[in-house]
Write a protein that binds this ligand. Structure first.
Ligand SMILES: NC(=O)c1ccc[n+]([C@@H]2O[C@H](COP(=O)([O-])OP(=O)(O)OC[C@H]3O[C@@H](n4cnc5c(N)ncnc54)[C@H](OP(=O)(O)O)[C@@H]3O)[C@@H](O)[C@H]2O)c1
Length: 275
């Protein structure tokens, strides 16, 4: 990868995270192995997966020959067992499947009030202590969930991974995270492809001589948000990574701010809490 073309952000844990990561939800089997191999060849070092995605073993095949210290690997424990022992067991399984010794970042994929968050975080604290996890974070946590967690956790919450794109701009949550030095990661940063026919985005793309996806990802990184675009197409990998060599004008950045529709795309049945 060309020098200067990736930005890194320092987390509360003291570790740094590349600001673009490759999202791997719904990428499976040999296709997953191949696209992760392609992504690494093109310059991605940050890979986002989860226990729930069922692709750890496919990713393991892609990273087995890559020096571990050059990669930033995130996985997530699933919400169906966030007990102390449940978290330890899940992380051991994740490491086993990925064939690695540690995760750079381990997230709680979704909150679950059935479990005491204090137990969950004590398990994560132990895993940091024994070197199986470098940084700890959460995903899909609201302000209330984070407040509850901050009260009982002895380790920093480095990250909150949430749905954030031009149609869902969660500013209250973003500001709260900033105040607590929690880095926000945008999942579905491309609104799952819903931007492709948006004339306003297409017009901006033309103006900057960039692709629509580059405009949307650039807008997010300008807010100090980490982005996790997913693509199953090799031809789009480079495009989604090449967002550090231009800048949106203040007016155009604000123009995208004005397109918020509070439109949530990911809304599973168990997300029964108020956002
Ligand atoms: N924590 C959570 O609960 C959670 C939830 C959802 C997602 N995530 C993470 O966030 C990642 C990304 O989110 P996502 O997969 O929901 O959606 P996304 O990245 O917003 O969008 C992916 C869609 O955009 C298309 N696309 C990608 N690059 C493009 C380009 N340059 N031009 C045109 N279209 C393009 C893809 O099609 P092609 O594949 O055909 O290129 C795909 O249909 C996931 O893979 C996962 O790692 C986390």
């Amino acid at each position: 990868m060309e020098e200067g073309l990736m930005n890194h952000i320092t987390l509360q844990s003291g570790h740094t995270i590349p600001q673009v990561g490759f999202g791997t939800w719904q990428v499976l089997d040999s296709h997953c192995t191949q696209i992760v191999l392609d992504a690494i060849k093109i310059g991605y070092t940050h890979i986002d997966t989860a226990q729930r995605y069922s692709n750890h073993k496919d990713i393991a095949k892609a990273i087995e020959k890559v020096p571990r210290e050059t990669l930033f690997i995130t996985s997530k424990v699933w919400r169906d067992d966030l007990s102390y022992q449940g978290v330890l067991t899940q992380v051991d399984q994740i490491l086993d499947e990925l064939k690695i010794e540690y995760l750079d970042l381990c997230l709680i994929h979704w909150p679950n009030r059935k479990y005491d968050i204090k137990d969950t975080f004590q398990a994560l604290e132990y895993l940091v202590k024994v070197g199986k996890i470098k940084s700890v974070g959460v995903s899909n946590f609201t302000i209330k969930h984070i407040q509850e967690t901050l009260k009982v956790s002895n380790i920093p919450i480095s990250v909150n991974q949430i749905e954030f794109h031009y149609k869902l701009q969660q500013y209250e949550l973003l500001e709260f995270c900033k105040e607590h030095n929690i880095v926000v990661e945008a999942y579905s940063p491309l609104a799952r492809g819903e931007f492709l026919e948006d004339e306003r985005i297409l017009k901006l793309a033309q103006k900057y001589d960039k692709s629509p996806s580059q405009i949307l990802l650039r807008w997010l990184v300008e807010k100090n948000i980490v982005v996790l675009p997913k693509t199953s197409q090799k031809s789009r990998l480079k495009e989604n990574l090449s967002i550090f060599n231009f800048q949106l004008s203040k007016e155009d950045h604000e123009l995208i701010n004005s397109l918020n529709e509070n439109k949530r795309i990911i809304n599973p049945h168990f997300a029964d809490f108020e956002y």
